[in-house]
Design a protein around this ligand. Structure first.
Ligand SMILES: [Zn+2]
Length: 503
C-alpha cells in the first residue's frame, strides 16, 4: 500500500517545475536581452515581421543550452543567473540607449580607456535596468533553490548538447550573426579580440624596394577602399542616372571604368588589393606586406581610418600604420543603425598636417542596409527600402537606395579631393567588389555573381601634383584606358610614391 498522501503528491509535483522554469528564464533572456537588438530594425510587412520572429525564436532556442548548463545545479544557478542578468542588462542597455554593440574595437577601446572615461557612460537608467534584471535573476534563483528539482539532470545535459548543433546550424546559415547577439556576443567578441591581437603581429615578407623616381618633400596619397560599389552605377561611367555630378565637374578625375575583381567579398578582396597579390600569386595577400610599411620607410606618416569592423585578413595592415582610427567603434554590419562615411572626413580633418602622408580610408559605402549609410533624408532617388529583409523590398526601392549610396560617395570623394586640392595629392578610390541588385534574383555580394566582379575605381590628382610629379601623373592617365584587375592598386601606390620592389 502506498504511503503517498495527497499532500506529498502535491509537493512532489511542485518540485518538478524545471520545464516551466527553464522556459521562463529563456523568455526573460530573449525579451530583455535579445529583442533590443531588433527594435531599431527597419521592418515593414509580414515578411519583415516573420524574419524578426524567426530570428528571435532561433536565438531563444540556440541560447537555451547555456541556460540549462547554468541552472541544472541550484548552487551553480545562484552564481550564474545574477551574472547572466547583469551582463545581459549592460549589453541590452547600450544597444537600446546608444545603438552600440560589442565589437573587438570597442573592447580594445574599453581596455585602454581610463576608468573615469568609462564611468562617463554610466547613467541612472543603466543602474535601474541593472537592478531590475538582477532582481529578476534573484527571483529565479529563489524559485530554483526552494521548489524546482531536476529529476534527471543527465538527460537535461544531453538535451543541452543536442541543442548545440541547432545553434551551430542557425549561426552558419545566418552569416555568424547569432554569435553577434546576446548572450554570445560577449564571449565571441572577446575571442575575436584575442584572435586579432595574435594576427596583427604575424610576420610577413617584405622584399626590398628602391626609389625609381624623384620625390619632393610634399606628397599626400589617399587610398579609399570602397564597399560594394559597382562601376556601372557611376554617372562618370555612363550610368543613365546622374550619380556622380560633383566628380564629373572636378578637375583631375580619371575614372577606371573597367576593373575586374577576382574576389567578391571584403575579407578576400581587401588583402588582395593592398598587397602585391595577383592572379598568379594569390597567396601574397596572406604572406606579403602591404604598401603601408614601404611608405612608412620612405618617410610617409601613415594612418588607417575605418568605418568597418576589423577583418582577420587585414588586421595586420591596420596595425602596421602609425595611426588607426575607428569613428564608429560600436557599429557592426549586424547593427541596423545609421553611420556614414562623412565621419571619416571629420577624422581626416583632425589629423596633424604632415608633408608626406598616406591615408587609407576603409568606407562603409554601399553595405546593406543601404539607406542607413547616407544622411537622413538624403534621397536623390526615391522611394527607398523600408525593410531589413532585402527580398521583402520593391526592386526599384533597392536600386534607389543603392544609387543614393553612390550619389553620397560622390559627395564624400569630392570633399576629400577638396581638402587636398591645394597641395600635391593623389586620391585612389577602389571598391572591393560590386553588388548584385536583383539580377537573376541574386542580391548583395559574396555569391560570386558576375556583377559583383566589376567594382568602381577612379583616381584624382591635384594640379600641383601634376606639376611636381609629371611622370606619375602620366602613369595615372595611362590607366584609364586599360582593362585592369584590382591588382593594379599596390603598384600604383608604390609608383606614385616613387618606389618599386626590386625582386
Ligand atoms: Zn566588401
Amino acid at each position: 500500500m502506498s504511503t503517498e498522501t495527497p499532500i506529498t503528491v502535491c509537493i512532489s509535483r511542485a518540485k518538478e517545475q524545471y520545464i516551466p522554469f527553464i522556459l521562463l528564464v529563456t523568455l526573460w533572456s530573449t525579451v530583455c536581452f535579445a529583442l533590443p537588438d531588433f527594435l531599431d530594425n527597419p521592418i515593414h510587412g509580414w515578411k519583415g515581421w516573420a524574419a524578426i520572429a524567426a530570428y528571435c525564436i532561433a536565438l531563444g532556442v540556440a541560447a537555451v543550452w547555456p541556460l540549462i548548463i547554468g541552472t541544472l545545479n541550484r548552487y551553480v544557478a545562484a552564481v550564474f543567473l545574477p551574472i547572466y542578468g547583469a551582463l545581459g542588462a549592460v549589453v541590452s542597455y547600450y544597444r537600446l540607449a546608444y545603438r552600440a554593440t560589442i565589437t573587438p574595437i570597442i573592447l580594445d577601446a574599453t581596455f585602454h580607456t581610463n576608468p573615469g572615461t568609462v564611468a562617463g557612460v554610466v547613467d541612472k537608467s543603466l543602474i535601474l535596468w541593472l537592478i531590475i534584471n538582477i532582481l529578476i535573476a534573484l527571483l529565479f534563483v529563489w524559485w530554483r533553490y526552494r521548489t524546482v528539482r531536476v529529476q534527471h539532470p543527465w538527460l537535461w545535459l544531453v538535451a543541452a548538447l543536442i541543442i548545440l548543433p541547432v545553434y551551430y546550424t542557425f549561426n552558419s546559415r545566418l552569416n555568424k550573426s547569432i554569435n553577434q547577439r546576446y548572450p554570445y556576443n560577449i564571449p565571441y567578441n572577446l575571442y575575436r579580440y584575442a584572435h586579432l591581437q595574435s594576427l596583427r603581429n604575424q610576420p610577413r615578407l617584405m622584399p626590398e624596394a628602391v626609389r625609381v623616381s624623384d620625390s619632393s618633400d610634399s606628397l599626400t596619397i589617399v587610398v579609399v577602399i570602397g564597399e560594394a560599389i559597382r562601376a556601372d552605377h557611376l554617372g562618370l561611367n555612363g550610368y543613365h542616372r546622374p550619380t556622380t555630378p560633383r566628380l564629373a565637374q572636378r578637375q583631375g578625375v580619371r575614372t577606371l571604368g573597367d576593373v575586374y575583381s577576382m574576389h567578391t567579398h571584403t575579407a578576400a578582396s581587401v588583402p588582395h588589393m593592398l598587397t602585391p597579390a595577383d592572379s598568379l600569386h594569390t597567396d601574397y595577400a596572406y604572406t606579403r606586406e602591404s604598401f603601408i610599411p614601404y611608405l612608412r620607410q620612405a618617410g610617409f606618416r601613415t594612418a588607417w581610418i575605418s568605418n568597418q569592423d576589423i577583418g582577420d585578413t587585414y588586421a595586420h595592415f591596420i596595425h602596421s600604420a602609425d595611426t588607426a582610427i575607428f569613428p564608429n567603434k560600436a557599429k557592426s554590419v549586424f547593427v541596423f543603425d545609421r553611420w556614414t562615411d562623412a565621419d571619416l572626413i571629420d577624422e581626416v580633418c583632425g589629423l596633424p598636417v604632415s608633408p608626406k602622408q598616406l591615408l587609407v580610408l576603409h568606407t562603409i559605402g554601399a553595405h546593406w542596409y543601404y539607406a542607413n549609410h547616407v544622411p537622413e533624408d538624403f534621397e536623390p532617388f526615391s522611394p527607398v527600402t523600408d525593410n531589413r529583409v532585402v527580398t521583402a523590398n520593391d526592386s526599384l526601392a533597392i536600386i534607389n537606395a543603392y544609387d543614393n549610396c553612390v550619389a553620397y560617395l560622390d559627395i564624400v570623394l569630392d570633399s576629400l579631393c577638396g581638402l587636398f586640392a591645394d597641395r600635391p595629392a593623389v586620391l585612389i578610390y577602389q571598391s572591393d567588389h560590386g553588388e548584385s541588385l536583383g539580377e537573376n534574383s541574386i542580391y548583395l555580394h559574396a555569391a560570386g555573381a558576375e556583377e559583383t566582379k566589376h567594382p568602381a575605381g577612379l583616381v584624382w590628382y591635384s594640379e600641383s601634383f601634376r606639376k611636381l610629379y609629371p611622370q606619375q601623373a602620366e602613369y595615372i592617365d595611362s590607366l584609364q584606358t586599360n582593362r585592369l584587375t584590382t591588382d593594379y592598386l599596390f603598384p600604383l601606390v608604390m609608383h606614385t610614391a616613387g618606389l618599386q620592389i626590386t625582386e
